[in-house]
Design a protein around this ligand. Structure first.
Ligand SMILES: Cc1cc2nc3c(=O)[nH]c(=O)nc-3n(C[C@H](O)[C@H](O)[C@H](O)COP(=O)(O)O)c2cc1C
Length: 316
């Protein structure tokens, strides 16, 4: 990484253009603050919080670090409106919105001096984000953990298309777990990266230890994208996923799949550690990550691997 902050890092208010994506049940104040303290931008994931808890996490993060910390608000979340009001009230410096129209809150945030990034899984949506006036886009490929797009474009294929299509900063996301993958994303033209899974699998992540350990022990083909008829989600193998896949193979419709899911499965799996019956959202890259380091160690590795990769690129 360069010795002075890149233009995107400058825009994000941090040292390195490395963002820890908002992650339901995993990215509370502790993780977000640790990432910002290490030189990246940490995001508090609003999707698993009500407005009061969201406010408490924003305030706690400020006690833990003097560096800027942002928030993530998925726009399909039923409390999105309330979370947006808290973000404005607390004068959060930067908001990452996802899963919904980038036009919904962007003008309101921008009018208050809040920077806005929106998650876009396709070049077409990235262009809509640019037209909506966002400061940058997160371009998230098929490999990513959490809810996923119907487009199924991989990071390697998606990032260059978006880089060619827009004139705003691009953060590549999906499948970036080490410095080699970060170098690859920047080689594709991205200005920085948003990382989820690697930070979900750290000491500071608020995910349940049993979930983190299950991910660290998993093999390279541990995740699959399921629930494509509902909202596609990348899930770690377990009994719940087996049941979902069996139902999908038998032609189950949306309602039948919703009945299998019931309520509260993400909290049960990721936050309470119910490994077989909870929903375990994680990215493909979990299959190559076999430890649960502190955030500071992840940064040390990302940066040194990035530099080594840059230097070792072969001539052809
Ligand atoms: C456990 C988990 C929960 C996630 N929750 C959210 C969320 O609430 N909102 C969101 O915009 N993205 C969410 N994501 C996506 C991440 O912010 C990030 O874009 C993605 O994980 C990047 O891909 P990677 O997992 O391969 O690093 C989640 C990802 C994971 C692994």
């Amino acid at each position: 990484m360069p010795s002075s902050p890149s233009p995107l890092a400058h825009l994000l208010g941090c040292r390195y253009p490395i963002v820890a994506g908002g992650m339901a049940w995993c990215s509370g104040a502790k993780l977000a603050a640790a990432v910002s303290a290490a030189g990246g931008l940490g995001l508090i994931g609003g999707a698993s919080m009500d407005a009061d808890l969201f406010r408490r996490h924003i305030r706690k993060a400020r006690q833990l670090t003097s560096r800027p910390v942002g928030v993530n608000i998925p726009l399909t979340f039923h409390q999105a409106e309330a979370l947006a009001a808290v973000a404005i009230d607390e004068a959060v410096p930067i908001v990452f919105t996802s899963a919904g129209s980038p036009r919904r809150f962007t003008p309101e945030f921008k009018a208050r001096g809040i920077k806005v990034f929106h998650v876009a899984p396709s070049p077409a949506l990235a262009c809509k984000c640019e037209a909506a006036g966002v400061d940058g886009v997160v371009v998230e490929g098929f490999e990513a953990g959490g809810h996923n797009a119907h487009e199924e474009l991989t990071t390697l294929v998606l990032v260059p298309q978006v880089v060619d299509a827009v004139n705003i900063p691009v953060l590549a996301a999906g499948g970036i777990g080490d410095g080699r993958q970060m170098a690859a994303a920047l080689a594709l033209g991205a200005d920085g990266v948003q990382i989820g899974t690697r930070f979900a699998m750290t000491q500071e992540s608020s995910a349940h230890p049993a979930f983190k350990e299950y991910c660290a022990a998993a093999g390279s083909d541990c995740t699959r994208l399921v629930l494509k008829k509902n909202i596609p989600v990348r899930m770690m193998a377990n009994r719940l996923r087996d049941r979902i896949e069996a139902a999908e193979a038998a032609g189950a419709d949306r309602e039948e799949l919703l009945a299998i899911l019931g309520r509260g499965r993400p909290e049960a799996g990721m936050f309470r550690g119910e490994i077989e019956e909870g929903m375990l959202e994680i990215g493909q890259v979990a299959g190559m990550l076999h430890d649960l380091p502190p955030v500071a160690a992840v940064f040390d590795r990302l940066l040194s691997e990035y530099e080594a990769t840059r230097r070792a690129l072969p001539k052809i």
